[in-house]
Write a protein that binds this ligand. Structure first.
Ligand code: ZN
Length: 123
């Protein structure tokens, strides 16, 4: 399809999806100050609040930064059930997560097409 790896079109196709994905993920970490949304330890990954296999999406409001322990321990248990059983549970943080799940897409995210983001997440 492309004649040369340095062709501008090649570079654009190669770089843009990665940057878009990186930016998308970083904006989620930033919204939570890079803290785990559950226990407030430093976040190392994005957790699907509603697990993918329970038809949870990879949209912004279903992704929550989480530390290694929380992501691993929560596994496929429902967030409400799991989080309420944790020692670090606080109603304040719980409400924050519930608010996040309701939050509509922010203006600055409109530059990224949601369908494209979904495709990238499942790639
Ligand atoms: Zn945690």
């Amino acid at each position: 399809m492309f004649n040369c790896e340095r062709e501008p079109l090649t570079l654009l196709v190669e770089i843009t999806p990665r940057l878009a994905k990186k930016r998308y993920r970083e904006s989620i970490y930033e919204a939570w100050n890079h803290q785990c949304g559950y226990c407030l330890e430093p976040a190392t990954s994005l957790d699907h609040i509603i697990p993918k296999f329970s038809s949870g999406s990879s949209k912004r409001n279903n992704l929550l930064p989480a530390c290694r322990n929380c992501n691993k321990n929560k596994g496929s248990i429902k967030m409400d059930q799991w989080y309420k059983e944790q020692l670090f549970f606080t109603l304040e943080q719980y409400n924050k997560i519930k608010e996040w799940m309701k939050e509509p897409i922010q203006i600055e995210d409109l530059t990224i097409d949601n369908k494209l983001v979904e495709k990238l997440e499942y790639a």
